[in-house]
Design a protein around this ligand. Structure first.
Ligand SMILES: Nc1nc2c(c(=O)[nH]1)N[C@H]1C(S)=C(S)[C@@H](COP(=O)(O)O)O[C@H]1N2
Ligand SMILES: [Mo]
Length: 430
């Protein structure tokens, strides 16, 4: 099939930017105007692709073509662009306790490798801090080391970027660059111990088989990593399966890192190598402005020098309302069940609260415990509304160190990372 021409986001006038930051209000208008689900899907897609909410026939055809390209993914995914492929999951489609493979978001920095052969796939461990370089066949990894299964939440560091003002460059993720799947693999620790790591180990960095957008095979698309202590945690794994099946190609088939609590950019896909470094890993997208935030808070719109930027480590506490879908209508007097997930980087979520009055008052709701470290937790509440009209439901998680989600966008930063503001949905009571 012919690739459609790349669709560029053009909504960069200040008016359109304001329009984007009023996404929730748009949601409200949408539910008042459109009744059919597909019309809403298309309006959302058009909004993301073009910064406008109307769609001409040509755009319609392009969007359809884009959706059909996202191989093996649910047609309800919001496609942000096609080169590289990026797609997020609308909140209401993240309702499952464990995210199904076809609904797991896709964040690619380069081109998906072609001609992948799992039978000949190899992983090489090297670097300044290993005793010797060692290479494992995929099959060897599976059989030589203890196999483990964990539910681990992965969230892109740029999830929520769309809300930043002044806007931040990059994929305009709304809330859906997150998912929690059950991953099968081996502990990175076991493999590193088998290779033999030296006392000077400081960091690990990954290498993947994807191709740089320039087509230059010598340029690494992305090669990030984590401190050695994080690499040695029992839940840091090299995984070949998602929910008991081979990884989807777009999510790193046949092998990837899965590292909970840190930005998902640390979880290298199409994994071919791991370097154990004697310094902070200096691979592609470790330096400059990538996946880094100002070390000290800055005013919105500031330019920040590279040397004043710090690498993002733990992700902050966050939650997502997955039921009902924004724009739901209920009858006055009825009880509205609210469901969703909450997660907190390295921590646990301790309490979950809901507000229907823009944060003036909060009511607690039920929250499950995580099945294992780094799995998201689930909340459930029941809401009654005092009168007919328009409401917003806000959800706020608090972690076990007493840190809560902010109600407004937290710490503006040049690339728009770490937005953990409360998720809000619109509800109409009739
Ligand atoms: N090789 C490789 N690994 C990668 C990336 C990539 O572009 N190439 N993207 C990273 C980023 S930024 C994120 S958020 C996660 C996304 O994982 P997913 O596509 O499985 O959701 O993969 C990370 N691992
Ligand atoms: Mo990411």
């Amino acid at each position: 099939m012919k690739r459609p021409k790349e669709i560029k986001k053009t909504g960069n006038s200040s008016e359109e930017r304001n329009e984007r930051s009023r996404a929730l209000m748009q949601g409200r208008r949408r539910f008042l105007k459109n009744s059919s689900l597909s019309a809403i899907q298309l309006a959302i897609g058009a909004h993301l692709l073009n910064g406008s909410s109307s769609l001409n026939l040509n755009q319609h055809a392009q969007l359809k073509s884009l959706l059909s390209q996202i191989e093996g993914k649910h047609p309800g995914m919001r496609v942000l662009n096609d080169r590289p492929i990026n797609a997020e999951t609308p909140a209401h489609l993240l309702k499952d306790l464990v995210t199904p493979a076809d609904l797991f978001f896709v964040r690619n920095n380069g081109l998906v490798p072609t001609n992948i052969n799992a039978d000949t796939w190899k992983l090489t461990i090297d670097g300044e801090a290993v005793s010797r370089t060692k290479t494992y066949a995929l099959q060897e990894l599976k059989t030589r080391f203890e196999n483990v299964r964990y539910q681990i939440t992965l969230e892109c560091g740029g999830n929520g970027r769309q809300e930043f003002n002044p806007p931040a460059k990059g994929n305009q993720w709304t809330v859906g660059a997150v998912g929690c799947a059950e991953w099968t693999g081996v502990r990175l620790r076991d493999v590193l111990e088998d290779v033999g790591i030296k006392n000077n180990a400081v960091y690990i960095g990954y290498h993947g088989a994807d191709l740089h957008l320039s087509g230059d095979p010598n340029k690494e698309v992305i090669s990030r990593g984590v401190p050695i202590e994080k690499a040695m945690e029992p839940e840091t794994i090299i995984a070949w399966a998602m929910n008991g099946e081979d990884l989807p190609v777009l999510n790193g088939y046949p092998l990837r890192l899965v590292i909970g609590g840190y930005p998902a950019s640390c979880s290298g896909k199409w994994l071919t190598g791991i370097s154990v470094r004697d310094r902070i890993h200096d691979g592609s997208k470790m330096g400059g402005q990538s996946y880094r935030v100002p070390c000290k808070p800055v005013a919105p719109g500031s330019k920040v020098a590279d040397e004043d930027m710090c690498i993002i480590e733990q992700m902050p506490v966050k939650s997502l309302i997955t039921y009902p879908k924004t724009g739901a209508t209920i009858k006055l007097g009825d009880t509205l069940p609210i469901k969703g997930h909450a997660w907190a980087g390295e921590r646990n979520v301790q309490t979950m609260a809901l507000s229907i009055d823009f944060g003036k008052t909060w009511q607690p709701c039920n929250l499950t415990k995580a099945v294992n470290k780094f799995a998201w937790q689930h909340f459930e509440g029941k809401l009654k509304f005092p009168d007919k009209g328009y409401y917003e439901v806000w959800a706020k998680a608090t972690d076990d160190k007493g840190e809560s989600q902010p109600m407004l966008l937290p710490g503006w930063n040049p690339r728009g990372y770490l937005n953990n503001a409360c998720h809000r949905i619109a509800v109409k009571v009739i």
